[in-house]
Design a protein around this ligand. Sequence first.
Ligand code: BGC
Length: 386
Amino acid sequence: MKKGIWVILMLAAVVIYVSGCDKKGATVKEPQDEETNLMNANKESFGKTPDGKQVFLYTLTNANGTRARIMDYGAILVSLEVPDKDGNVSDITLGYDTLDEYVKNNSPYLGATVGRYANRIGGAKFVLNGVEYKLAANDGNNHLHGGVKGFDKVVWKAEDLSADSDMAMVKLGYVSEDGEEGYPGNLACSVTYTLTKDDELKISYQAETDKTTIVNLTHHSYFNLAGQGTSDILSHELMLTADKYTPVDEGLIPTGEIRSVKDTPMDFTKPMAIGSRIEQVPGGYDHNYVLNSGDISMSLCAKVYEPTSGRVMEIYSVEPGIQFYSGNFLDGSITGKAGKVYQKHYGFCLETQHFPDSPNKPDFLSVVLNPGRKYTTETVHKFYTK
Ligand code: BGC
């Protein structure tokens, strides 16, 4: 063979090799990618857990530039980039840049899927069909957000990834074993994130059990519509479709009372800046609101407007309650994405849910799931600007 032909063959081999290499920030194609046939969604490696489990990051995008990144560790929403009124896209959720930080920093549920029971269960115990179940006590004597190793700290399985022509979606599954964190029954659950072309992030949950148990799943993003890490959220205007809330004791366990918000700093029935009356609420907002809709149909629960960016977020859900948490325990000790330091009130959470401590409050709606029944719930975050 002539020397020139050899040179051409060698060059071609180099080009093929280089284009197959991982570039920093580029999508790492795994063998499974071929099988999943994703539309508008990408999968890349996000590192390994300390016990060697591979973690993947899924990116959902739409034509408006909105982008949601979800990882299978904790079914966590790692980032959510949304345009402002001038079309500039910013990340509006708090989080970390690396898996290692999520794992090691005892993340306060940044972006997490929370379960098996979101929020608190008083005394870390409950009685079901005459049997007392003791749960992990990880918040003083109480049980918080599923215990020591809740659904936010396990690797979920991307059991199905699909998308139709105008939606990007990722479905994550997890089987929580009988006795995990003290709960009865093997619980097979899934959470599906869908990004629509209209800038809605839908989060749908399903669960089935083989033994009577309790379930209450939620999503725990800390939002800052001005852009994550840029400022506190006190000038965000919040509206909640809730005339009532559930007052709590010093351990943040509902007393059982359902109280009107009228003429109190708890009233967000009309849009109000979060900071306008926060000083009058000891410790800041960390309360379950009783949604006017009840739990039967998908209804507007909350609307948040951030004046400088013009971003608006609306939340719709079928759940009967929403926890409004004003990031009171953020204290500057977390350095999050892009080196931003998360000071007090740098993010807010709006967690759709059944009421805290329902298993011990006979007057609250039931959170019991029986074998043969399917738990389903859905929450939609809709974004636009004004
Ligand atoms: C709770 C807070 C808690 C935070 C982080 C929120 O859902 O309402 O009391 O500090 O989660 O754990």
